[in-house]
Design a protein around this ligand. Structure first.
Ligand code: ZN
Ligand code: ZN
Length: 402
C-alpha cells in the first residue's frame, strides 16, 4: 500500500471543534472510554469506530516520494477559533490544543503541514487523576530522592495530556557475517606464591582461549520496532515508556484528540528508520553471537539485507509535567495506556553518601571474612574478551529488496 501525499499548504489549517449534540458545548475526549463527555450537560457523545484497517506502508516507496516532494518551511498555520473568533497559531510542533484566548479545545487537520499523516492512534486509557497517582507512587518509591521532592509530589501536580508522534517499522532481515569463535580450555601452570611468609610452588589451572574462524547467516523478522518522532522529550525517556499495546491501535480520529495537545512528527521518516536499524542491529548482533556459539565471539563483518520493509505513523498518549527542585527543572511522563512512569529525578547527595559508606563497610567486612577463611587464595580468573562494536553498514535505500 502506498502513502497518500497531498500538496502542502502551510498557510492555513482546518480547525475542528466537537460540539455536544445535546447542548452545543465544545467537548473533550474522556480517557478510557469511546465517547466525548460534555462537561456542560453531562451527555456522552459516542465516537463511532472507523472500520479502516491499520495498514502498513512500503518504506522504500515513501522515501522515494518524500525525496520528490518539495520541502516547505514549517511555518505554523493560522487557526480560527469558532468559539471566540480569535485567530492564533499553535506552537509550531503542535496541531491540537486549546485556544489561548478562550480555552476551547481545537484540533487542526494535519494534511497541510506534513506530507505523512498519522493513520492510527491509541486513545488515552487513564485519566489525569490516575496518572497523578502513578507519578506520586513513583516518586515516593525512588531511592535517594530528597525528602522535599517526595513531599512536593504529594501536592497537586498539574499534568498535561499529549499525543506524541511515533514511527513503527517492520522488516525482514537476512544477515551474513564472518568472525571467530572462542573456546576456553585450561592448562596447568606451576607458580610461586607466598603463603604464611614462605615462598611455595603451587599448580594452577590457567584458562586460555582457542579461536577458530567462522562465518554464517542469520535471519529475523522485526515487527513494529517503535521509534519516537518527537523532540520534546529525551529519547531515553521516550524509549523507556515501552511497552505499548500496539495491537490495540485504532484508525486515526480527531475526536480522540479533543481536549489534548498533539504533536506533528519532528523526526523525519528516514531518520526514524536509522534509529530503528540501531535497535534491529543490536538484536541481529545478539543473534550472530548465539549462532557462532562457544564461550566467546568476535564479529568482523556483517552484511544485512532488508526486504519488505514497511512503516506506520501513529500517535501515542502520555501525561507529562515538570517539577522544579533547587532551581532545576525535572521532566517526567506517564504512559497514557499503562500508567508506567519515566522521568528525570533529583538525587539527595546525603542519602547517597550514607549508602556508600554502609556499602563500603559491608564490603570491607566481607573481604576480611573471606581472607580469614582462605577463600580468596585459589580463585580462578576468568578470561575476558573485548567485543568489537558491531560493524554498521552505511544505509543505501537502493539496496532494499521487495
Ligand atoms: Zn452538552
Ligand atoms: Zn477561542
Amino acid at each position: 500500500m502506498s502513502a497518500v501525499f497531498k500538496a502542502l499548504n502551510p498557510k492555513s489549517a482546518n480547525a475542528l471543534q466537537f460540539p455536544c449534540r445535546q447542548c452545543g458545548a465544545v467537548l473533550k475526549y474522556a480517557p478510557g472510554t469511546t465517547h466525548l463527555l460534555c462537561e456542560h450537560c453531562g451527555t456522552e457523545n459516542v465516537i463511532e469506530l472507523r472500520s479502516e484497517k491499520i495498514a502498513e506502508y512500503d518504506l522504500r516507496q515513501a522515501l522515494q516520494q518524500l525525496a520528490e516532494t518539495p520541502t516547505t518551511t514549517a511555518a505554523a498555520p493560522t487557526i480560527h477559533c469558532e468559539e471566540c473568533g480569535a485567530g492564533f497559531q499553535f506552537e509550531a510542533k503542535n496541531h491540537a490544543g486549546e485556544c489561548p484566548f478562550c480555552g476551547t479545545p481545537i484540533v487542526a487537520t494535519t494534511g497541510q503541514i506534513k506530507p505523512i499523516q498519522p493513520k492510527s492512534l491509541l486513545p488515552f486509557g487513564i485519566d489525569q487523576a490516575n496518572a497523578r497517582q502513578r507519578f506520586q507512587q513513583w516518586i515516593t518509591g525512588l531511592w535517594f530522592a530528597p525528602n522535599a521532592v517526595k513531599k512536593y509530589a504529594r501536592s497537586d501536580t498539574k499534568l498535561s495530556g499529549v499525543y506524541l508522534p511515533f514511527w513503527t517499522f517492520d522488516s525482514h532481515t537476512a544477515t551474513t557475517y564472518s568472525g571467530e569463535r572462542g573456546d576456553v580450555y585450561y592448562v596447568q601452570e606451576r607458580v610461586q606464591v607466598v603463603r604464611n611468609n614462605r615462598l611455595v610452588t603451587e599448580t594452577r589451572q590457567v584458562p586460555k582461549i582457542r579461536w577458530t574462524p567462522v562465518s554464517g547467516r542469520v535471519q529475523r523478522f522485526f515487527d513494529d520496532v517503535l521509534v519516537g518522532a518527537s523532540n520534546s522529550l529525551p529519547r531515553k525517556i521516550l524509549d523507556a515508556l515501552q511497552p505499548w499495546d500496539l495491537h490495540n491501535l485504532i484508525p486515526y480520529d480527531e475526536n480522540y484528540l479533543s481536549g489534548f495537545r498533539s504533536e506533528y512528527y519532528q523526526v523525519e521518516l528516514a531518520d526514524g528508520f536509522d534509529l530503528a536499524r540501531q535497535v534491529m542491529d543490536n538484536q541481529i548482533y545478539a543473534d550472530i553471537c548465539r549462532d557462532i556459539g562457544g564461550d566467546h565471539q568476535r564479529i568482523h563483518q556483517v552484511n544485512t539485507q532488508h526486504s519488505g520493509t514497511t512503516y506506520k505513523h501513529c500517535l501515542l498518549p502520555v501525561w507529562s509535567a515538570a517539577f522544579r527542585y533547587r532551581d532545576k527543572s525535572y521532566r517526567f511522563v506517564v504512559n497514557g495506556r499503562t500508567g508506567k512512569v519515566q522521568g528525570e529525578r533529583p538525587y539527595s547527595p546525603w542519602k547517597i553518601v550514607f549508602a556508600c559508606v554502609a556499602a563500603l563497610l559491608l564490603a570491607a567486612g566481607a573481604y576480611y571474612y573471606l581472607e580469614q577463611s582462605g577463600a580468596l587464595d585459589n580463585q580462578q580468573t576468568h578470561p575476558v574478551t573485548i567485543q568489537p562494536y558491531p560493524y554498521r553498514q552505511p544505509l543505501d535505500y537502493n539496496s532494499f529488496q521487495n
